[in-house]
Design a protein. Structure first.
Length: 140
């Protein structure tokens, strides 16, 4: 199985989308300012569903399994900054905010991102070869 950097990029983007689509349990986010009173309807038109309905698509088990595997790929990158650059690109961040955050030029950020994808590819190929060798040894 040969995987290309483009396929790795697509899998990372799919993992970021799946993670975003996972439901957040009630109270899992920051509380911020507020009170303990329940929310109430302030206007009659909001009480009867006159606002647009929001549909949330929850990922299935296969998408979650692929997401977990793909997030594990990030551990193959040794530099934490490069890991963060790869994940920010997977989440859809543009290059300018990434460059500002890490204090590098766009070409440098792109080079680090590309090198990280190639590192993941190389590690996956190496891991796949070792898996095939161990299977061959078990069969003989």
């Amino acid at each position: 199985m040969t995987i290309t950097p483009r396929e790795i990029e697509d899998r990372l983007e799919e993992a970021a989308l799946t993670l975003r689509r996972l439901p957040a349990p009630q109270g899992s986010g920051p509380k911020g300012y507020g009170n303990s009173w329940p929310e109430f309807v302030r206007d009659a038109r909001h009480a009867y569903g006159y606002h647009e309905a929001r549909m949330r698509v929850i990922p299935n088990a296969g998408e979650i399994a692929r997401m977990e595997e793909t997030i594990g790929w990030l551990l193959l990158i040794s530099d934490p900054d490069d890991r963060r650059i790869v994940w920010m690109r997977a989440e859809g961040w543009r290059w300018k905010p990434i460059c500002w955050r890490f204090g590098v030029a766009r070409a440098t950020a792109w080079r680090r991102w590309t090198a990280a994808l190639l590192t993941i590819r190389k590690s996956l190929i190496y891991k796949n070869k070792n898996t095939l060798k161990s299977r061959d040894q078990e069969n003989n």
